[in-house]
Design a protein around this ligand. Sequence first.
Ligand SMILES: N#Cc1c(-c2ccc3ccn(Cc4cccnc4)c3c2)n[nH]c1N
Length: 255
Amino acid sequence: MRLDVVSIFPEYLAALDLSLIGKARRDGLLEMSVTDLRDFTADRHRTVDDTPYGGGAGMVMKPEPWAQALEQIRDSTPGSRGDQPGGPARSQRPVLIVPSPAGEVFTQETARELAERDHLVFACGRYEGIDERVLEWARESFEVRPMSLGDYVLNGGEVAVLAMVEAIGRLIPGVIGNPQSLVEESHSDGLLEYPVYTKPASWRERGIPEVLLSGHHGKIARWRRDEQLRRTSSRRPDLIERLQPADLDARDRAA
Ligand SMILES: N#Cc1c(-c2ccc3ccn(Cc4cccnc4)c3c2)n[nH]c1N
């Protein structure tokens, strides 16, 4: 998979050189490049913003630097242009992910879907956002996906890209050492994860659930599943409502 990120704060993305994502890049499991939007400005002040048409507070990101940055990314990626009328086939099109408070909400399902694509391009806006015509223009060559981390307001797209790249990158085969850990974590099966414990067995007069010391794998699995259901019902009842009957077995229903 190839990832491109465009930002006026490229140093914000330095965290992606660390930990598992950084190792995946060094191991060649992920290609990633960060582009400074200001490299595509034409004035001495490297201006990327201007006042909004229609008035209002704040500034809007100018369209031309974005189009030039995205054209360079598109044209430097084999197969992205395609020679079919109407541009590249959907499967070849890079996905242009535009973090925005007005986007679809990014979920684990979104991460799974995007982890299957060949090329993701992230456009980190700032100010009050990017001139809308950029997204309209980009639809000729990209699958354009405005995407939100959730219902709260950030100052720009970089934090969202860090979260999305981590959520997507960890799903790429080989990035996580033990793929089994992907199965048992929150949201992997529609439920929140069970509580975890490690040594010492007694800590500041607090013990751990006896079943975890029993060595009885069936009972441990049942306890963990029950804890998932209990936690999810208590903290995220909205997730319980979304479960399909097939997601719950007879033992769950009896719990
Ligand atoms: N993903 C995501 C987001 C953002 C977000 C993403 C990109 C930008 C570019 C600018 N702003 C500031 C801004 C503030 C208010 C209105 N319009 C724009 C961004 C906020 N906010 N909340 C999320 N979940």
